[in-house]
Design a protein around this ligand. Sequence first.
Ligand code: LFR
Length: 480
Amino acid sequence: ALVKSYAAVDLGASSGRVMVGRVGPDSLELTEAHRFPNRPVRVPEGLRWDILSLYGGVLDGLKAAGQVDSVGIDSWAVDYGLLDADGALLGNPVHYRDARTEGVAEKVWATVPAEQLYAATGLQYAPFNTLYQLVAARGTAQLGHAERLLLIPDLMSYWLTGEQGTELTNASTTQLIDPRTRGWSHEVASRLGVDLGLFAPLRQPGDPAGVLRPEVLEETGLRGPVPVTAVGSHDTASAVAAVPADGERFAYICTGTWSLAGLELDAPVLTEESRAANFTNELGLDGSVRYLRNIMGLWLLQECVRAWGEPELGSLLLEAANAPALRSVVDAGDAAFLAPGRMPERIAEACRASGQPVPASPAEITRCILDSLALAHRRAIEDAQRLAGHPVDVVHVVGGGTRNALLCQLTADACGLPVVAGPTEAAALGNVLVQARAHGLVGDLASGRHLLTRTQPLTRYEPRGDTARWREAQARLTGR
Ligand code: LFR
């Protein structure tokens, strides 16, 4: 049978990987070619991505992957590199957790009120949306010299091929796209003095994005031509494409550094109520909208584990499973947890401030984090169903968090719905599926999802106990 190989480059906030997907008419097999750390670096100007080390990891990964029929690239959203008139990178891309955007949104809203910004772009408020980053950078020498802005996956793609483009799903996280037209929001850009000419032309997932340059072929040992294919280059768009759902009555949670919890819709929800609830309308495949809320996710635990000197995770989770449930919870949607550092202390402070017992041991803090994440999952999925008028019967959990059985079970309990967990490498699988589809190997989004259901291991968690306990915990935070 005809089997093709696709390399999926998937760059996450704490590690990057190059996966190889082998796709046949009724088979899909994913293997890891190379994994490398993504370690942001704090320099005097602030927190920066080590972009050259990431690109080096991509090249190593392509070499390890061996001969493939195409390459696709996805990464976290919103961040970008600036190029000068010669096409050279100007400095290291700024990390979305950098402090430069503090207080910037208020300035933007003085020109374009938050209500109007939401109605035009459908994007949630997050301090790091590209729009706020560009306003924060206004007047800097670097932006002054910039001729081109490339989002992170588009920058990698440019280095691999020499060709420039702006992939749509990731462009939708800039806050400069109108989710109804799926094109640039010229009005928002001009009112805020953002030069849309900085962006390369939009590309759709599935579009050809060039071929590997001769130097890249030489360095990786691949035989040309090797095409690069635009995928859902926002990792969350790729992950949602790989949610093994059947029909429409499902919610998803993409878990990893973040939890992105919500629905797949046909059209954006741009109501004032939706804005107040801080839901975003990011663009997905095939005209779909990713209607979701950003929740701090396992970042809370990663930062604690870092503070505790990297104890063994398995035994910590076991102890957390046996710790008392729902003793104290924090608001895992609170942007107060965005910046790195002092995470155990910040969680303890939040518990104290809301009049709850203060967790002290690593096991207690871990339990508090997992209960809080499950609670935030519950709230997001309830709110999304109500705001979009779109009821669900099942919650799909995909991404790194599927390895955390306690988190999956607590999420089922909190939502009062069955959780289907898997696949773990959802972003890479969605990346592979879009490439396979561009080359005619898989049909539409739904048939790709069926292929996943047949080929990927999934674990089901049934809800336990009474959701009243979760309602009570929620009331401690919001009074509702
Ligand atoms: C997840 C993710 C989220 C985005 C955040 C910042 O990896 O892409 O979707 O809000 O990172 O870019």
